[in-house]
Every structure is written in structure tokens, then in C-alpha cells.
Design a protein around this ligand. Structure first.
Ligand SMILES: C[S@@+](CC[C@H](N)C(=O)[O-])C[C@H]1O[C@@H](n2cnc3c(N)ncnc32)[C@H](O)[C@@H]1O
Length: 351
């Protein structure tokens, strides 16, 4: 066999080099699909972690854009090799761009120069654009359901209408609102926090039974009316609210019983995990939170947000509670379109 001269060696090496570059270039879309698919799947599994969600979606955007650059760079280097091969051995060079002069537009497009590179790059741009849209949509939704929607609106409503609402609230008997709690409060003294206490109807009833009761109510007018109606009751009134207590008397304090009657619908969706964590933190190990859910159409004017029992139960479990349904109840203010679902959330002693 005749020995190869230096030109033949170079030729051999360059076409091998071109071949391996070509193979690597074809891996780029697979890499992009794996990267994007994995990141989108990760985002779909995250329930409420804005930082990580944003980080994953941004990685998808930058990852795909980076791959476009890499693709262009690869194709450029491959073009250099092709040019060299064409120059060195024009007779043996297969020039596919020569087929791009067809009459048919589709054929011209398919056989045009760098069609594969262009199509790959469109795919990568598309994945980057979709990731950006997802990121934008995520934040718009978050801002809308968290910051724009806040319980501020609800509190303003109660401040304005406290006098009109108070009579209705006070007309309800504790025994009707919490039939299953009556015997609990007949026993030894307990520590209780009533969150969103309104006029303090329940707090006053419990305090009368000899328990220590904190009534947490963010509406100034409601608090004023409650303090007036239940003047002489041994209730500690506190101005604070869910999703997170800020008052030093509540922070890090655990109660035997936590009540949140007719309040959950005022907590915006984006704040509900935090609110649930606060309920959990306020409940003593071995104690329980009692929360009612308002089912039926929610009144936006009163700062209410959608409520679903499955969403509530899954958040409660996520926070660490054991969930015990306490039954369905008709509305005690006789509104036929509204009904209530009551839950006991147990914080077990080991936790
Ligand atoms: C429908 S009333 C229920 C009052 C009382 N729990 C009852 O059963 O009669 C809702 C109360 O929740 C209070 N509230 C609204 N947003 C709140 C929040 N983020 N945290 C705590 N209370 C809130 C309102 O000011 C109002 O007094």
C-alpha cells in the first residue's frame, strides 16, 4: 500500500473532524429538549417557591439562548472545514447547496444553505420564548393573587361596615357555631386564640368559661365594637392578622385551641401556605386549630377569594397537621347560597 502524503493525512483528519462536529451538532436539540423538559417538570412540581421557580425558568431561557450561540459557532467551524475540503479536492466534494436552485419554494427552503441550523435555532428560540412567557405569567399571577389581592381590602370593608354587621354576628349562639366544642370548654382551663374574632362573640363565651382568650382582630372598628359589647369580659384584644403574626404577644406563642371562624376566605391564595404555617405554629403540640370554610359564591367586594376544601386540606397536611373533618353546616345568617365546612387540624404531640 502506498504511504499517504501529508496532504492526504490532513484531508483525512479534516473530514473526520467535520464528521464529529456534525454529530455533536445533532446532539444540541436533544440537549435542549432534555434541559427544557426537565426544568419545566421541576417547575410543575414546585408549589410555592418563587425564587426556585424563577431560577428554573431563567435557566431554561438562558440555556436555550446559549445553545443557539453554540449551534451557530459549531456550524461556522464546520463551514471552515467544508471550505477547506472543497478547495483541496473540488472534484470529490459534494456540494449540497447546488440543489437549492429549485423552482419549488418549499424545496428551495428545505435544500437551502444552513436550513438545519436555522430550524434548530428556531426551536431553541421557541423554547426560550415559552420559558419567558411562563416566567412572566407566573409573576403576574403571583402579584395578582398575592400583592394586589390582599386582606387589606377585607379589613377596610369590616372597618366600614362593622356597625351593620355586628348585630348579625352577635345574634349567633356559640353553641350553634361550634356545637362540637361546647364540651371541650366545660373542662380544665385552656389557652385559646380566636383569629379574626369579629365582635368577640366566641371569645367572650369562652372567656366566661374560665379560659384565657386572645381575640385577634385586624379591623379597628370591629375591635372597638367588640370591646364595647363585651366590656367586662376577660378577653385580650390584639390588632394582628394572618398570614403571619407580628405582635410580640403572639409570635412564638402556642395555644391549646386556635379558632379561625369565617376568616379563611379572606386570605389570598398566595398567602395561604404562610397562614397555615402560622396556624400550625400557634397550635401547641397536642392541641388543635378549628377552621371553617365558606363554600358558595365569594363576595369580591368584601375581599374574599376562592375556597376549596381539597386545596385547604392539602395545605393543612403540608404544614404538618392531621386533618379531621367536623361536618357541613348551613349558614347561620340564613343565606341559602352559602354553607360552611368545619375542620379540626390536630398538631400531634410529637411534632
Ligand atoms: C366574617 S367575619 C367573622 C368574625 C367571627 N370570627 C365570627 O365568626 O363571627 C371575618 C373577620 O375576619 C377578619 N379578618 C379579615 N382578614 C383577616 C386576616 N387576614 N387575618 C385575621 N382576620 C381577618 C375581619 O376583620 C372580620 O372581623
Amino acid at each position: 500500500m502506498p504511504a499517504m502524503n501529508i496532504e492526504q493525512y490532513a484531508y483525512e483528519q479534516n473530514y473526520q473532524q467535520f464528521r464529529s462536529l456534525n454529530q455533536i451538532m445533532w446532539q444540541i436539540p436533544v440537549l435542549a429538549m432534555t434541559l427544557t423538559g426537565g426544568l419545566w417538570f421541576g417547575v410543575s412540581k414546585l408549589s410555592d417557591n418563587p425564587l426556585l421557580t424563577s431560577a428554573l425558568l431563567l435557566t431554561a431561557v438562558f440555556g436555550n439562548l446559549t445553545l443557539v450561540f453554540i449551534l451557530y459557532r459549531f456550524r461556522h467551524v464546520m463551514e471552515c472545514y467544508l471550505d477547506w475540503l472543497r478547495t483541496v479536492h473540488p472534484d470529490g466534494f459534494v456540494d449540497a447547496s447546488a440543489n437549492s436552485g429549485s423552482e419549488n419554494r418549499f424545496e428551495r427552503f428545505c435544500n437551502g444553505n444552513k436550513t438545519v441550523r436555522n430550524l434548530f435555532s428556531y426551536m431553541l428560540y421557541w423554547a426560550a420564548a415559552l420559558s419567558s412567557i411562563l416566567l412572566l405569567g407566573y409573576w403576574i399571577d403571583r402579584i395578582w393573587s398575592g400583592d394586589v389581592q390582599s386582606s387589606e381590602h377585607a379589613v377596610a370593608f369590616y372597618d366600614e361596615h362593622a356597625a351593620t354587621l355586628a348585630d348579625g354576628y352577635e345574634s349567633v349562639a356559640f353553641e350553634d357555631a361550634y356545637p362540637f366544642l361546647v364540651t371541650l370548654f366545660e373542662g380544665a382551663p385552656l389557652t385559646v386564640v380566636d383569629i379574626g374574632a369579629g365582635t368577640g362573640r366566641d371569645a367572650a363565651w369562652i372567656a366566661k368559661k374560665g379560659h384565657t382568650v386572645f381575640a385577634v382582630e385586624p379591623s379597628e372598628s370591629m375591635r372597638a365594637i367588640g370591646q364595647k359589647i363585651h366590656d367586662g369580659s376577660d378577653i385580650v384584644w390584639i390588632d394582628d392578622r394572618l398570614p403571619q403574626f407580628n405582635t410580640s404577644r403572639l409570635v412564638d406563642r402556642e395555644f391549646d385551641v386556635v379558632l379561625a371562624n369565617a376568616v379563611w376566605m379572606h386570605i389570598p391564595l398566595a398567602q395561604r401556605d404562610k397562614a397555615m404555617q402560622q396556624l400550625y405554629a400557634s397550635t401547641k403540640p397536642g392541641g388543635a386549630s378549628f377552621v371553617s370554610l365558606r363554600l358558595g359564591p365569594q363576595d369580591e367586594k368584601r375581599g374574599m377569594f376562592e375556597v376549596s376544601s381539597s386545596e385547604f386540606v392539602s395545605r393543612a397536611k403540608k404544614a404538618g397537621f392531621t386533618v379531621v373533618p367536623m361536618g357541613d353546616y348551613p349558614d347561620l345568617l340564613d343565606r341559602p347560597e352559602i354553607s360552611w365546612k368545619m375542620y379540626r387540624l390536630d398538631r400531634t404531640s410529637e411534632n
